[in-house]
Design a protein. Structure first.
Length: 402
């Protein structure tokens, strides 16, 4: 069915524009008049040449889904039917990929499907957590409340992710810069000094000779070195996609001296926040744990949560298997045990999540404060050491002349 771009005015004289999917232009005019809009210009939307090429399509960001959920909740709370809500959201959405998905969801619902079943068709946009909470909202008749909870949860999850990315970016950037500077010195700067040293006719000091040999190796094998680095990165990514590879790498990440502590705190915060949101929304704890494990982001934590789920299904408490895993701090396990005994586990999990959100802030600040001088010393030591090695023959020659 073709899409039409339209422009018109309301009864108050305000300009409006948008797009509608309809079989012909007259249908568009009739739909606009039903919406109390006087139609003006109406024309077919030109086809996108790249619409059938997935990797050229604009990606749907997490922030787009957050805004969608919040606006959707507001419209439902205002009493608008779901079809009309989706119609308006699709027209107002600036991301063409997401607008197309919203319109497809609307068409499926018009065909008799439920909202949660329709959202399942787009797992890259709406994950298991989103779909299951929407299903709980539909069943309980509190879809607007659930969507508000979802948007609040996703905003906090995005903030948590942003903090972790920010903490990881600094040291990685410094390492990449250090590597680039070393390659540049070996490939461009050292050969200039090497020509000067060869004219001296004397033996080079040990550090200088090592540097010259490294420079010759880089010049002769630069393409092989870059190819090996690319291959190594590709191999690590490929290995991480395997079950055993992901488990092994995630286990190593949790044991790292500085990052491991941060990642454990992030895991606790994410687990607590997600499970609390699901329990508050009426999702059974066994279903909640299964979804939480899939969204954990770490295979070791995922296995722990699945073991916990199995233990609960056998009649045990949550606290028992979590304490045996050794990933969750004893304080967290104790608070969960208290929450279970008092029947207020969801509220206790929310308090744990709030506490560990602030703990992540502290951990990121401490890690940054620790890494900054270490990275500067590392970068200065590598580059400074190379500069000193280059000038050693000049110092030796100056000493001999003196």
């Amino acid at each position: 069915m073709p899409v039409y771009l339209w422009e018109g005015t309301t009864r108050k004289g305000e300009s409006r524009k948008g797009e509608l999917e309809a079989p012909d232009e007259s249908t568009v005019r009739n739909q606009l008049r039903r919406q109390r809009i006087n139609p003006g210009s109406i024309k077919k939307k030109p086809k996108d040449l790249f619409e059938n090429i997935p990797f050229l399509q604009q990606k749907v960001k997490e922030s787009d889904v957050v805004i969608f959920a919040r606006l959707f909740a507001t419209m439902i709370n205002a009493g608008l039917p779901i079809i009309q809500c989706l119609d308006l959201l699709g027209e107002e959405e600036k991301n063409p990929t997401f607008a197309k998905i919203i319109k497809s969801v609307k068409e499926d619902i018009e065909g008799g499907s439920s909202l949660s079943d329709t959202l399942k068709k787009y797992p890259d946009v709406f994950d298991d957590l989103f779909v299951n909470l929407v299903a709980a909202g539909e069943a309980g008749g509190i879809l607007d409340v659930i969507l508000n909870r979802l948007s609040a949860y996703m905003e906090k999850a995005m903030e948590l992710k942003r903090k972790v990315k920010g903490a990881m970016t600094y040291p990685l950037t410094v390492l990449v810069v250090a590597f680039a500077v070393v390659i540049l010195l070996l490939y461009k700067v050292v050969p200039v000094f090497e020509d000067m040293f060869s004219s001296m006719g004397s033996a080079l000091p040990g550090p200088t000779q090592i540097l010259v040999d490294m420079s010759a190796f880089v010049q002769n094998n630069i393409l092989y070195i870059l190819g090996a680095i690319t291959l190594f990165v590709f191999a690590i990514k490929k290995y991480y996609k395997t079950e055993s590879g992901r488990l092994q790498i995630d286990r190593i990440m949790l044991k790292l001296p500085v990052f491991g502590i941060l990642l454990k705190k992030v895991a606790v915060a994410k687990f607590s926040r997600t499970l609390s949101t699901m329990m508050n929304s009426g999702v059974p704890i066994l279903d909640g744990l299964e979804i939480v494990s899939k969204t954990a982001g770490n295979k070791v934590v995922e296995n722990v949560l699945m073991d916990t789920r199995k233990s609960i299904s056998e009649g045990n408490t949550i606290a028992e298997p979590l304490s045996e895993a050794g990933i969750f701090p004893s304080m967290v396990v104790s608070m969960i045990a208290v929450g279970e005994n008092t029947g207020a586990l969801d509220a206790m999990l929310e308090k744990i999540a709030d506490f560990y959100d602030s703990e992540v802030d502290v951990a990121v600040g401490a890690m940054t404060a620790l890494l900054e001088p270490m990275m500067m010393v590392f970068l200065g030591g590598v580059v400074g050491g190379m500069i000193i090695a280059l000038y050693l023959p000049i110092f030796s020659m100056a000493g001999a002349v003196g």
